[in-house]
Design a protein around this ligand. Sequence first.
Ligand code: SF4
Length: 262
Amino acid sequence: MTQPSLDLVIAALEKIREKSDHAPRASRTALARLQADPTGGSLPEACTSPTERYLQAPNKADLLAAVRERVGACTKCAHLACSRTQTVFGVGNPDADLMFIGEAPGADEDQQGEPFVGRAGQLLTRILKAMNFAREDVYIANILKCRPDMQAGSFGNRPPTPTEMQTCRPYLMEQVEIIQPTVLVALGAVAVEGLLGTRATMRELRGRWHTYNNIPLMITYHPAYLLRNQAPSEKRKVWEDMLQVMERLERPISERQRNYFL
Ligand code: SF4
């Protein structure tokens, strides 16, 4: 592709990104083609155009892929490395404005290698839909990348220990640093403890803004809590927290959404 054509493509993509709720997407092959140097060699920075410098900027997806590879081989918690089916790194848009953080993979996530795919995950997807987001628009990750092990014969999931969270947290920090979301949402008290090292009740934490590395952080209940406690008042609390998130992201909010109950 010639330089003027490339400039037009980049300008169009930037316009879509500014005006649309969805970031423009391209396949890896398309990106590779765009990134291929049409001159056949590298130029000194002074000779490169803004477009070339834009294309040479680190790609968030590639940076995340490098962290994912390290996580996949991680054995820092020997007991979890032995018991996991696979690591559960994170999923979603590397350029997301909104990033959700949960505590740890459960049995379903351990099997599928993706966070929030069980019943709680399906509820999170419904909450996102009510906010006019698709799952692919946001980024979802957990503090812990391996499922907390369970004693033989026991069922369900256990919360991660403080030591496990402290050991794994650097990976999440890298994810946040790469993605640089506009807003973070921590789901549940365990995620808050893993993220901020703060132990407090959800009553004290939720519904107001906190910060993590200068990024606004909203704390709300974990969807699993809503599955256990179906009281409309609790569902409404989570939805009010999400309305605050939408306001912070300057997303349009309809009257129907304002009055919505999960
Ligand atoms: S929980 Fe995190 S730190 Fe521990 S083994 Fe898994 S990936 Fe490594």
